[in-house]
Design a protein around this ligand. Structure first.
Ligand code: HEC
Length: 118
């Protein structure tokens, strides 16, 4: 998406948590799968396997995501990933890391892990 926006010369808009929630409602969003609480232990494994930990567990690389223990919801995570995605992508490219894909279930487990605060 970012490449397509860059090619079209469109500046990437910022999205607040509320705006993400509003888009979700507009798209007719249901909470499919999200009602089920994620697994924090699996979430920790995914956080490592998908390279998140390599940056976010090092205060010199990236902000710690655990400071938001109990307060990270799907909308705030999407807002954060969208607003900071460009910064993450450029750092991944400069470290020769491949951009990672996440399934809905993996996102749910990461959320459980971040909210568990360990
Ligand atoms: C190459 C290092 C790197 C990797 C890998 C990485 N991040 Fe980040 N992330 C950053 C940096 C640096 C920022 C702050 C970027 C900025 O402000 O431009 C950030 C910002 C974020 C934010 C926004 C935080 C806020 O304050 O709103 C979230 C959420 C996030 N990352 C989640 C993740 C997740 C989930 C993964 C794994 C799937 C991940 N990141 C992988 C470096 C990384």
């Amino acid at each position: 998406m970012w490449e397509a926006m860059e090619r079209a010369g469109i500046a990437r808009p910022q999205l607040s948590e509320q705006q993400v929630a509003d888009i979700f409602a507009y798209l007719g969003g249901s909470s499919s799968g999200a009602d089920k609480p994620g697994d924090a232990t699996r979430g920790r494994e995914i956080f490592e396997a998908k390279l998140c930990a390599s940056c976010h567990d090092d205060p010199y690389q990236a902000p710690a995501l655990h400071s938001k223990t109990g307060r990270t919801g799907a909308f705030s995570l999407i807002s954060g990933l969208w607003n900071h995605g460009g910064g993450m992508l450029s750092r991944m490219v400069s470290r020769n890391l491949a951009w990672q894909t996440l399934s809905p279930e993996e996102v749910n487990n990461i959320l459980a892990y971040l909210n568990a605060g360990k």
